[in-house]
Design a binder for this molecule. Structure first.
Ligand code: ADP
Ligand code: MG
Length: 479
């Protein structure tokens, strides 16, 4: 079994997280995945902590399989996950303590503290008071034309020593473009430079949940009071408040109180507020008194710079050539860009090998999904034919010679797995065979592959590699 170090496990976990982040809606990600934290890694068992028992069960029924499959794919070994419920810690905001929604202990599942501390995997955890993630700083944020105005606006709001010409500040833009990063950078800057400043970062879902909890437990006054003592309030993804009328009203009160007391407020949304359906007009006009600025998708140079910067922070040797390949293929979104990088770094650390262009390409191909860049059937025939040195006509022909049958079956299997052609069309492409022949070929090859037949394993591996190189080249030509 491959031996995995705790830090490689951390990288793998980060890669699983970023994969999920790009696959599930942001609110599900922030509600369910973000709060998970690594406790330790031991005997190929990754211990993850969930805030509540309910949370644990939800992860188990919705995400556990996906996470385990991802870890297995990335590591080539069976990494199991053990979910444990966190010790019952009350949440606190700037010293004021309030009850966790569901204080459940799981003592039988909790690892002994000392033992956990020893092998504790270092991962950036949000601060328990401000909820800020220390990773999101201005220093770690790469400036480009796509974000320089937004960044400057955030820097000004994050400087308590000066009057800020805009308050509130709204950042808007598509997913994965750095809104959360910049928003939290304001908070991290203020916490660093102003001792005692009360900063709170909250997602609008969390705000809503806390509010509902306060209503349920008749603690609305406490809730409002707690928010009103804050010097800088950062609210992420306010679009989720759109349909929640009561929460919006409460938010409006909090907002007004802070605003009138001259406190600073920054918000993010996925689009300009005027485009948000279901937002209270009063709230919109309040926001209008500040500045709204948007984040654009990064251009090529910024994408390369983000990758190189991230690698430098991790002391990971990423060549310009590889950064270039990733930035060429992943164009729309920084989160996706980072996802490829994190997966690459994790694999290299795991296999103890340097990053190669081939590996980077394989990861890009896996992450971009095969839909965008499927090799056409003709290309598969061409690659298979040249790989084995047999003609395309021979593959299509009637010969039952053993080697030819094998090559033909491989070609059909690759077509079933790498294109979305119907079986009938695959049969037709391979010399007018019917769909049951294709199924038989595919099943035979799969069986031999599952039985680790070296001939099949080697052929598949090489062919898939050749085909994926082709898909990337053609993908870049198309874009
Ligand atoms: P959003 O909130 O807009 O969906 P995030 O702030 O979560 O996006 O950004 C996604 C990821 O990309 C984060 O890990 C963030 O650190 C990173 N990121 C985005 N923009 C930049 C940038 N300009 N420089 C460095 N990292 C960035
Ligand atoms: Mg965000």
């Amino acid at each position: 079994m491959t031996h995995i170090t705790a830090s490689a496990a951390e990288e793998l976990w980060q890669s699983a997280r970023s994969q999920l982040e790009s696959q599930i809606p942001p609110q599900s990600y922030s509600t369910w995945i973000q709060p998970l934290s690594v406790v330790k890694f031991e005997d190929n068992l990754l211990w993850l902590e969930t805030p509540t028992r309910f949370h644990l069960e939800w992860i188990e029924s919705h995400y556990l399989n996906g996470i385990q499959t991802h870890l297995k794919q990335q590591s080539g070994t069976d990494i199991r996950i053990k979910l444990v419920v966190a010790r019952d810690k009350p949440l606190s905001v700037n010293g004021k303590v309030h009850d966790a929604d569901e204080p459940i202990r799981g003592p039988e599942l909790l690892p002994a503290k000392t033992d956990a501390a020893e092998s504790r995997v270092q991962i950036h955890q949000p601060d328990s008071e401000t909820h800020l993630n220390p990773r999101y700083t201005f220093e770690a944020f790469v400036e480009g034309d796509c974000n320089s105005f937004a960044r400057a606006a955030c820097l000004a709001l994050g400087d308590f020593s000066r009057l800020c010409p805009w308050n509130p500040l709204l950042l808007y833009g598509g997913t994965g473009l750095g809104k959360t990063h910049l928003l939290q950078a304001i908070g991290n800057r203020i916490v660093q430079r102003n001792r005692g400043a009360r900063v709170l970062y909250v997602t609008s879902e969390r705000f809503t949940q806390e509010f509902i909890h306060a209503v349920r437990t008749s603690n609305v006054t406490d809730f409002t009071q707690r928010y009103r003592t804050i010097d800088l309030l950062l609210v992420d993804d306010v679009q989720f408040l759109a349909t929640k009328e009561r929460t919006q009203i409460e938010f409006f009160h909090v907002f007004n109180a802070l605003y009138q007391a001259g406190k600073r407020i920054a918000l993010t949304a996925d689009r300009p507020l005027a485009d948000l359906q279901g937002f209270d007009a009063r709230l919109i006009s309040r926001f209008d008194s500040g500045l709204a600025t948007n984040l654009e998708p990064p251009d090529y140079e910024t994408r390369v710079a983000i990758l190189l910067n991230r690698a430098a922070m991790d002391s990971f040797p990423l060549s310009r050539e590889i950064a270039d390949a990733i930035a060429t293929h992943i164009t729309s979104n920084v989160r996706e860009l980072e996802g490829v990088y994190v997966t690459l770094a994790a694999r290299c650390q795991l296999l103890r090998m340097p990053a190669t262009l081939e590996l980077a390409r394989e990861i890009i191909r896996n992450r971009t999904g095969q839909s965008a860049m499927r090799p056409p059937a003709e290309k598969i025939l061409e690659v298979v034919s040249s790989h084995f040195g047999v003609s395309i006509d021979a593959i299509r022909g009637k010969s039952r010679k053993k080697e030819l049958v094998f090559v033909r079956m491989l070609a059909m299997t690759l077509m079933t797995e790498m294109t979305n052609m119907p079986l009938k069309a695959i049969g037709a492409t391979c010399g007018g065979r019917d769909h049951s022949t294709v199924i038989h070929a595919r099943d035979t090859i799969r069986e031999r592959r599952d039985a680790k037949d070296p001939q099949v394993m080697e052929a598949l591996q090489l062919l898939v590699q050749k085909l994926s190189l082709f898909t990337l080249v053609s993908g870049s030509r198309a874009s």
